[in-house]
Design a protein around this ligand. Structure first.
Ligand code: N01
Length: 638
């Protein structure tokens, strides 16, 4: 793995430069080169991308504009290579570049500037690294539960701050979801330029959207390279955590390969994720099935699917990946769909990163960073308005606003194109809810390609029961199968199960939540001092943000909490109930104004009470701002 700390000097010929530019993402390259060369005149009005979500290829630049942009970029690359220019970007330059790329006002660009400074790591290598260290005389240890993406991250930052920590991991390796989900076709659906730690940018991702094995390696490498792996206790599960108020300690009861053990720490961080407890459907007769059956997150690689009659229940993000992957080898495939998905057309979803782009990532100063920022803007912040409810729109379950309706039209056209000549199938796959009410799945034609195969059938009749021979639908049909695969998702709203967390005065976290998990900033909970969560309630994003971004914000906040405890000589900090309650009202109101909150469609974003307990309804900038540091007045300090 090549983590890029700085770009390599350009020593190649004009020919190589020109060839590489053939693969360049021009809306990201021009600001990168403008800043690196100090020549802001590269940010020409006639070469400015049209910022639109979903984004247009090359920001909608015409062929002529693209050719001109390449010529401009070639000249700048040459000047940088020949040592004529190489500048540290100025604040004014950065602001102008944001304005140019996003089409935002100067005021909006200024608002994003501090965040962009961090994202682009302009003035230092890793601006998010803690700027403080625990004094050696202070006794303070943290336990992190989970060595997935966010647990590794918390370990990296604690190590940098000199705070002792241990990571408790139930599995035999790091990687969390990328360790557990090994189903065929598993890959990330957020571009790796964004789905990667800001401080560990790779310049050699083989594909835009990495497969599971590549991501598992990335997280393994990061755990190793940043000195975290040696702090992980594998095959060690936290069963119960109890807060001892008098001694201001968390007492942890662990199940280890050697048996039961206790451990005491000053702070506890949950990094267990939302999507790691497989959910089996509540369908009659599951146990009666005669063949092999398994959940997508517990893939049975020992079951050879070749030549088998396979049935799949569920058509979410997991099934959308493994159905196309297994379709070619099975004898027949019956896919049971309860709710159709909106698909976003991403033609390069499975493609390799072209050589020219790889060269630019490696050599063009700031290019990788601006590419990351382009994705951040075009596929995340920019998409939010398209899923926000317009109260005056009044189209029910069709769409939530004019912009949302346009998105619907765009994605309907894509489905019509994909299922051309198959009117029966088309009718089944067009969702009857607004785009963004459920996760929009990325697609390059693989889904339709699988469903249109002769031996694949899509069944939308409700399932009545599972029998020894297969799956029976309510229309009385029995769909025979040798193997039954559950792509039925996770117990997402049962946060932190099956762990028992007992806070001040015996408060049990699950009793407190009563099936409706809430937290302040998704991180802290009243009655649970020195307890912090990563990817906790209301920190999930729907329209394709990167959860790594959220984890970096959360970890920064938690480190600032630990710092406040240590530097303020406090034994504990506990979120105030009124602060927590007021915050949750704002969150709930925000979610009601988004497609996923307004629509009545079922989704894993809602818990048993119908409340959206998963999602963050505001911008990424908002979350970043709110997680800069704990406000002293939000907490009870002891
Ligand atoms: O799970 P899901 P998932 N009878 O809950 C159906 C992330 N992820 O594992 O829609 C019949 O989305 C259920 O139907 P319905 C990503 O955040 C990311 O696929 O509830 N059907 C649905 O079709 C994602 O959102 C990646 O009506 C039943 C399916 O099972 C999240 O994980 C890849 C049923 C469950 O879909 C979860 O995705 C994979 C029943 N009784 C996952 N019960 C990438 O990065 C459930 N269903 C690409």
């Amino acid at each position: 793995m090549a983590i890029a700390r700085t770009t390599e000097p350009i020593t190649d010929s004009d020919e190589v430069l020109e060839r590489s530019l053939g693969d360049a993402h021009l809306p990201a390259l021009l600001p990168a080169l403008a800043l690196a060369s100090g020549d802001l005149s590269l940010l020409r009005e006639d070469l400015r991308p049209t910022m639109q979500s979903p984004p247009l290829p090359q920001g909608g630049l015409s062929r002529e504009a693209q050719a001109e942009a390449k010529a401009v970029a070639l000249a700048a690359l040459r000047r940088i290579r020949d040592g004529e220019v190489r500048q540290a970007p100025t604040m004014e330059g950065l602001r102008r570049a944001i304005e140019w790329m996003t089409g935002s006002s100067a005021q909006a660009a200024s608002e994003y500037l501090p965040l962009v400074m961090e994202e682009l790591a302009i003035s230092e290598e890793d601006p998010r690294a803690p700027k403080w260290r625990k004094p050696s005389a202070v006794d303070f240890t943290v336990a992190i539960v989970g060595a997935g993406m966010s647990g590794i991250l918390a370990g990296i930052r604690l190590r940098q701050a000199g705070v002792p920590f241990v990571i408790l991991e139930k599995n035999a390796d790091v990687g969390g979801t990328w360790f557990e989900n090994t189903y065929p076709g598993a890959r990330v659906d957020v571009s790796n330029a964004f789905y990667s730690y800001s401080f560990a940018q790779r310049v050699d991702w083989p594909t835009h959207y990495s497969t599971q094995d590549v991501l598992l390696d990335y997280f393994r490498d990061c755990a190793q390279e940043f000195g975290v792996r040696e702090h992980v206790r594998f095959q060690t599960a936290l069963d119960r955590a109890e807060w001892d108020e008098e001694r201001a300690r968390w007492v942890l009861y662990l199940d280890t390969p050697e048996g039961r053990e206790t451990l005491e720490v000053q702070a506890l961080v949950s990094a267990v994720g939302q999507l790691n407890r497989p959910k089996m459907p509540e369908i009659e007769g599951l146990d009666t099935f005669g063949g092999a059956s398994f959940h997508s997150a517990r893939w049975r690689h020992d079951v050879d699917l070749a030549g088998q009659r396979v049935a799949v229940i569920g058509t979410g993000a997991s099934a959308a990946q493994f159905v196309p992957a297994i379709a070619p080898e099975v004898a027949s495939l019956t896919v049971f769909q309860r709710t159709a998905n909106w698909l976003a057309n991403v033609p390069h979803y499975h493609d390799e990163v072209p050589a020219g782009q790889q060269w630019l990532f490696r050599h063009a100063p700031y290019y990788a960073h601006w590419y990351r920022f382009w994705l951040f803007w075009a596929t995340v912040e920019g998409l939010l308005p398209a899923v926000r409810v317009d109260e005056t729109w009044g189209q029910g379950e069709r769409s939530v606003s004019e912009r949302n309706d346009q998105l619907r039209a765009l994605m309907t056209m894509y489905l019509q194109h994909q299922f051309e000549g198959q009117p029966d199938l088309l009718e089944q796959v067009i969702p009857d809810y607004p785009p963004g009410a459920k996760r929009i799945l990325l697609d390059n034609g693989a889904w339709a390609g699988a469903l249109k195969r002769e031996h694949v059938s899509l069944v939308t009749a409700p399932i009545a029961r599972v029998t020894e021979a297969g799956v029976e639908t309510e229309d009385g049909r029995l769909h025979e199968a040798d193997v039954l695969i559950y792509g039925t998702g996770f117990h997402a709203s049962r946060f932190l199960t099956p762990m028992h967390v007992v806070g001040r005065e015996g408060a049990d976290l699950h009793v407190e939540w009563d099936g409706d998990a809430r937290a302040y900033l998704g991180i802290t909970v009243p009655k649970f001092p020195n307890f912090f969560m990563l990817y906790g309630p209301n920190t999930n994003i729907v329209v394709n943000g990167s959860i790594i971004y959220f984890s970096e914000c959360e970890v920064h906040y938690i480190l600032e909490c630990v710092r406040a405890l240590i530097e303020g000589d406090h034994a504990s900090m506990e979120c105030r109930q009124d602060v927590h309650d007021d915050y949750n009202e704002v969150i709930d109101a925000g979610n009601r104004e988004m497609a996923w909150g307004a629509s009545s469609v079922n989704s894993w974003y809602k818990n048993e009470t119908g409340r959206v307990a998963q999602n963050w309804p505001f911008s990424l900038l908002d979350y970043w701002k709110q997680t800069r540091a704990p406000r002293p007045e939000d907490y009870l300090w002891r």
